[in-house]
Design a protein around this ligand. Structure first.
Ligand code: HXC
Length: 257
């Protein structure tokens, strides 16, 4: 399906979505968010796809929600549009999603990257929540996900005082998985996605689900969920195949069954 604000393609088992509003530094308009979620959901339902990558371009992953679209809006209009609800849909994607981030990754852009399961950053990536400069606060998870990722002290500084994190700082504070030279950020994210996509699909899906659970529940409940899913996987063909392959010293062939 042709989109106006994103480009999509499949590379092997990886679904790639590129945000494509370069003149606006990939500002997240309502249309872009709708198209992004549609594309991700369609990859999630495609049995040929095992993982996804969201990227921007070298200059910007995304410089935030579209300020021009929001500036004249009333509270009621903002509520009616509810662009933030589209962020919730990312939580329901079952396959792993990796953000490939270069350049500006600000406001809603940083929140989008943090909604993904892993982040590969180029050396030029800059992470921040500059909403305070606009007289607002983050609205799509910045106060919660950033605080969980980097801790309270640094989150306070980033959100209250617009501290911008370099890629290396973001790596040091645990916000991103790895930092690579700018020419390699997309290739590296695609390679990581394709490695994960080649793994046992049910185990990947359940592992993602229960890791995310760690942010929602008590340790006791999280451990109980983990144990149930661990035992459940012994009902899968892939568990039999994985352990047989280990015993027979051969590579496994996953079926996702
Ligand atoms: C709309 C944006 C934009 C944005 C940049 N542009 N960010 N348009 N919304 N968030 C547009 C500019 O208006 C400009 O268009 C073009 O992109 C290039 O930007 P410049 O400012 O000329 O580039 P530069 O001088 O390099 O500065 C880059 C920048 C700056 C530091 C990233 O653009 C900036 O501060 N942007 C806003 C960042 C921000 O406040 N983000 C948070 C938004 S609120 P024209 O047409 O003028 O050439 C938010 C809330 C999320 O995200 C809530 C949940 C959804």
């Amino acid at each position: 399906m042709p989109y106006e604000t994103i480009l999509t393609e499949t590379r092997g088992q990886v679904g790639l979505v590129q945000l494509n509003r370069p003149k606006a530094l990939n500002a997240l308009s309502s249309l872009l968010m709708r198209e992004l979620m549609e594309a991700l959901e369609s990859f999630d339902n495609d049995p040929g796809v095992g993982a996804m990558v969201i990227s921007g371009n070298q200059r910007a992953f995304a410089a935030g929600a579209d300020v021009k679209e929001m500036s004249g809006a009333s509270a009621v209009e903002m509520l009616r549009r509810d662009i933030i609800a589209t962020f919730d849909r990312i939580q329901r994607i079952k396959k792993p999603v990796i953000a490939a981030v270069s350049g500006f990754c600000l406001g809603g852009g940083c929140e989008l990257a943090m909604s993904c399961d892993m982040i590969v950053a180029s050396e030029t990536a800059r992470f921040g929540q500059p909403e305070i400069n606009l007289g607002i606060i983050p609205g799509a998870g910045g106060t919660q996900r950033l605080t969980r990722a980097v801790g309270k002290a640094l989150a306070m500084e980033i959100i209250l005082n617009n501290r911008i994190l370099s890629a290396l700082d973001a790596e040091r504070f645990g916000l991103v998985n790895r930092v690579v030279p700018v020419e390699r950020f997309l290739g590296e994210a695609l390679a990581l996605a394709s490695e994960v996509a080649a793994r046992a699909p049910l185990a990947v899906r359940l592992a993602k689900e229960v890791i995310n659970q760690a942010f929602e529940t008590s340790l006791r409940e999280g451990l109980a969920d983990e144990r149930r899913l661990f035992y459940l996987l012994f009902a899968s063909q892939d568990q039999k195949e994985g352990m047989a392959a280990f015993n027979e010293k051969r590579p496994p062939t996953w079926k996702g069954e």
